[in-house]
Write a protein that binds this ligand. Structure first.
Ligand SMILES: CC(C)(COP(=O)(O)OP(=O)(O)OC[C@H]1O[C@@H](n2cnc3c(N)ncnc32)[C@H](O)[C@@H]1OP(=O)(O)O)[C@@H](O)C(=O)NCCC(=O)NCCS
Length: 343
């Protein structure tokens, strides 16, 4: 593996899942669809819906507080905060600035949002990795928070069955132990394909939302089949790219956490990488596609379930609107001895 010290590692993870479940059966009362179609075409059975006051910054603050607690540091120790979201309803102040205050982080630390759609968490990891390695920061709080039900077109059965709400967060820290944490990263984008999957203002005023759901100024539009084909090809390439960069093989990896968009996409990637499906963390059946939040939600769940052991190689891979994509290889490590961690 090629990685100079300092290393940058995930010190704590947190997640927030809104309590309200929207089942396929519920959706069949909103659009002409059925549980069997949704499950066989996407693998999704239900998704979560945020409460009216749970805007992305509120979801993100809950995940962030959990990540800080699990990292066993004080909010005062965080010196950088970055958020990925495509569903924030107020561009300014940013989600990151709102969360800075909500979680009680130090005033004065830098805070900003990024837009990289479903690849947002991989972009966050790479940005934090470089900012921490450069030496100016010690502990970054990265958060992916999405309220996709607020940008859903409830009249479009081909998209409204796919998305859900949630937030995931990580505290990412610098340490002096070599070859641990983030070993390598690949990122990419292709703006020429942007119109195949977008979140844009509506062409016509929205009809009233179904009871208990919301409609926003923007909606998701997607050419599903094209997105599907690109997702399989590009995510497989990104996995191979980061593995090659780090001198590892797919066989060396203990756990693969793919973006949770469609079970058939994950099946196809498993085939491309010639790896058993058991190596993949899958929770899209219960949460649907939560865009940037999908990978940290799945990562936090895998960690809580005890599926990640010290020393394991964990591969994260995402693809999303833009198009954007990315993959990260992590050697899982957490400090047993606080003296190892750069203060
Ligand atoms: C959206 C997706 C599940 C659709 O699956 P698909 O197999 O491509 O289905 P199609 O769009 O070709 O539709 C097949 C048929 O099902 C119908 N259909 C679409 N949505 C439906 C629904 N919710 N319920 C019932 N029927 C539906 C279509 O109208 C079409 O009917 P027709 O053959 O009579 O025209 C799939 O394309 C997909 O997952 N794409 C990628 C999504 C993704 O990864 N997005 C995020 C990337 S970050």
């Amino acid at each position: 593996m090629r990685t100079p010290t300092p290393s940058v590692f995930i010190r704590g993870l947190g997640a927030y899942k809104p309590s309200r479940r929207l089942t396929n059966e519920d959706l069949s009362k909103i659009v002409e669809t059925n549980d069997e179609w949704i499950r066989t075409r996407s693998g999704i059975s239900e998704r979560r819906v945020a409460a009216p006051d749970e805007t992305p910054d509120v979801l993100g603050a809950k995940a962030a507080a959990a990540a800080i607690e699990n990292a066993r540091i004080s909010p005062q120790d965080i010196d950088l905060i970055i958020v990925a979201t495509i569903s924030n309803d107020t561009p300014v102040p940013s989600c990151a600035c709102r969360i800075q205050t909500a979680v009680g982080l130090r005033p004065g630390i830098p805070a900003f949002d990024i837009v990289a759609a479903c690849s947002g968490f991989i972009y966050l990891l790479q940005i934090a990795n470089h900012m921490l390695r450069a030496g100016d920061y010690r502990n970054a709080l990265i958060i992916a928070a999405e309220r996709l039900t607020g940008v859903t077109d409830w009249t479009d059965r081909s998209t409204c069955v796919l998305f859900g709400d949630g937030a995931g967060a990580a505290v990412v820290s610098r340490c002096d132990v070599p070859y641990v944490g983030i070993l390598g990263n690949v990122l990419g984008a292709d703006g020429a394909k942007g119109d195949l999957l977008s979140v844009k203002p509506r062409d016509v005023p929205a009809p009233p939302p179904p009871p208990g759901l919301t409609v926003g100024a923007n909606i998701v539009r997607m050419t599903g089949k094209e997105v599907f084909k690109n997702a399989v090809r590009v995510m497989s390439q990104a996995c191979r790219g980061v593995l090659e960069k780090c001198g590892a093989t797919a066989g060396d990896v203990s756990l693969i956490i793919p973006h949770q968009a469609n079970m058939r996409i994950i099946d196809a990637i498993a085939g491309e990488l010639e790896q058993p499906l058991e190596k993949f963390k899958i929770n899209l059946d219960r949460f649907g596609n939560t865009s940037a939040a999908s990978i940290p939600l799945a990562l936090e769940e895998a960690w809580t379930e005890g599926r990640i052991r010290p020393g394991d190689l964990v591969l994260l891979v995402a693809f999303g609107g833009g198009f954007t994509w990315g993959a990260t290889l992590i050697r899982w490590w957490q400090p047993e001895d606080a003296a190892n961690v750069a203060q």
